[in-house]
Design a binder for this molecule. Structure first.
Ligand code: HEM
Length: 523
């Protein structure tokens, strides 16, 4: 055919790119303008944010620039093009509430690709869409109640004690300690224990297979990053012709096998451990937990969770839970090392609360540490693990305001929407002097004085992080264990790393150069 037209492959490709560029240019010129939504056009094919396509800047900061410009002009939102894809960036907090909560039924999905047939691990709570997601969320929600967390707490505490022991040898060496890596091993052990029911031993052995697999699951090559975050819309087409996997085969096989082995062992030996494996197995058979009453008003009995996607749920608890919590905890320690007065006040609280309970830490005792809650909240304001909250329009949606021509703007099905929580968390109108670490921003009084939805480290609405209780539990257990035994202080070269710069091509908000601190045993 090409030969008949007298074109070489190179000429055809150049022609194709030229046509795409013209189509993209025409779209750029009209798309948002026709809807009456102010926009940032940018370049054909690349769109409004070259650094987004190149993955050369932290995504939170990229969106912050658009957010601040639009906010200065009093716009409730701004239209962008991420590559050729029109994407709506939300600026106004009422609009954020409308999308995430009030009219959630038009925005139920995230637009993260999954493939249940070829890669069952991708069919998890984070990626599933529509009714499938709704049913699964309904079944999994009771596995995260305070009572279940209380039952799992001893497993978490055992890992926190191991962390303290490992830190002891680091403190004795008197060298700077990279806390991010150590804390990633801590949270890997915690979630390995609670979601896979095994002792992953990564604190004892940094090269343990679970840590390697966890690390690899988060290390994206530039090309993987491009497909997963920048142009996921082209992924389904490419996957038809190229052998592109969402989760590399070895990682997929490893986590599936781990979960299946644990299940087989539990069923053979009738082991009960009060962890997520137990709870997932209960949900598999009955669709509800053993101690949940039957719903009298339900005409059809609950069906169980399909066996093929059971490991996927343990996998997503691990993936969504370990690096988010470890990076938050590591950033918290960096801030505490830079703010000794906050650290001392927090340590006094830890000592006082523990002394009132014979030195014994429990799930309920941790809740008495109110200043610790403030410190972690301020950390998650400055370093939200997810810098933007993504949604996709699942049913065409008329925005609650009109464009300059007086006509209401309609968002088409499939349009991505981003709520920029990093930008909102650094808006000086909500948080004066936003780059200063100040846990006083989270006293009850200070929280009441701010508008709703100006703080969303765990997202918002029906799709809010399901694991936030678990996250707070493991972070508080880790922080308590560290502070009751050690003091942290900055390294000599800390001005190279603080104030922090964020890693550009990272799924989770992480700082450049890691989180190095000095550790001293308390006298
Ligand atoms: C500091 C720790 C954590 C942070 C900051 C965090 C943050 C988030 C955010 C921002 C979302 C998206 C929410 C939205 O779209 O509105 C999310 C979703 C999710 N998180 Fe977390 N997370 C953390 C820890 C955890 C843990 C420990 C687990 C599990 C044990 C977990 C499991 C999940 C799951 C399964 C979802 C998807 C929920 C759904 O779509 O229904 N996360 N998380």
């Amino acid at each position: 055919m090409l030969a008949a037209l007298g074109l070489s492959i190179a000429e055809t490709l150049v022609g194709l790119v030229a046509v795409l560029a013209v189509v993209s240019y025409l779209r750029l010129s009209n798309y948002w303008t026709r809807k009456g939504i102010p926009c940032v056009k940018g370049l054909p094919l690349i769109g409004s944010a070259p650094s987004f396509v190149m993955q050369s800047q932290y995504r939170g900061a990229i969106m912050q620039r658009f957010y601040e410009d639009a906010r200065a002009k009093g716009q409730p939102c701004v239209g962008l093009f991420l590559t050729t894809r029109p994407t709506l960036l939300v600026v106004d907090l009422d609009l954020a509430r409308t999308i995430l909560i009030k009219d959630f039924s038009h925005f139920t999905d995230r637009g993260v690709p999954s493939d249940r047939v070829n890669e069952p691990l991708t069919a998890n709570l984070f990626t599933l869409e529509g009714q499938e997601w709704r049913t699964l969320r309904h079944k999994l929600t009771p596995t995260f109640t305070a009572a279940r967390m209380r039952a799992m707490f001893p497993l978490v505490l055992a890992c926190a004690e191991e962390l303290v022991a490992v830190l002891r040898s680091e403190a004795v060496r008197a060298e700077p300690v990279e806390m991010f890596e150590l804390l990633a091993r801590f949270t890997t052990d915690v979630i390995g224990s609670c979601a896979f029911g095994i002792q992953t031993n990564t604190l004892k052995d940094p090269d343990a297979e679970f840590r390697t697999m966890g690390r690899n699951a988060f290390s994206l090559s530039p090309v993987q990053g491009l497909f997963r975050f920048v142009a996921p819309q082209v992924l389904p087409y490419l996957r038809r012709v190229l052998p592109i996997r969402l989760v590399p085969q070895d990682i997929h096989d490893f986590f599936t096998k781990m979960f299946q082995n644990t299940v087989a062992y539990r069923q053979k030996n009738h082991v009960v451990r009060h962890d997520f494996v137990d709870l997932l197995l209960q949900l598999k058979t009955k669709g509800k937990l053993n101690d949940q009453p039957d719903d009298e008003h339900q005409s059809v009995p609950d069906s169980g969770i399909d066996e093929d996607i059971l490991p996927a749920q343990a996998f997503v608890f691990f993936l969504a839970g370990f690096e988010t919590s470890s990076s938050t905890l590591a950033n918290c320690l960096t801030e505490l090392s830079q703010h000794p007065e906050v650290q001392e006040r927090l340590r006094e609280e830890v000592d006082r609360v523990l002394a009132a309970h014979d030195g014994k830490l429990s799930y309920d005792v941790m809740h008495e540490m109110t200043y610790m809650e403030q410190v972690l909240q301020e950390t998650m304001r400055m370093y939200p693990a997810a810098s933007n909250i993504p949604r996709v329009v699942t049913e065409a949606y008329t925005l609650p305001f009109s464009g300059p021509d007086g006509k209401p703007a309609v968002l088409e099905k499939g349009t991505p929407v981003l709520v920029p929580n990093y930008a909102i968390h650094h808006d000086p109108e909500y948080y004066p002097d936003p780059y200063r670490f100040d846990p006083e921003r989270f006293t009850e009084e200070a929280k009441q004085s701010r508008p709703h939805y100006s703080y969303m480290p765990f997202g918002e609405g029906p799709r809010i992080c399901i694991g936030m209780r678990f996250a707070m539990m493991q972070m508080k257990a880790g922080l308590t264990a560290i502070l009751r035994t050690y003091r942290v202080s900055p390294c000599e070269d800390s001005d190279k790393y603080y104030p922090p710069r964020f890693v550009a091509r990272s799924v989770v908000t992480k700082v450049e150069g890691g989180n190095k601190v000095r550790l001293q045993l308390r006298a």
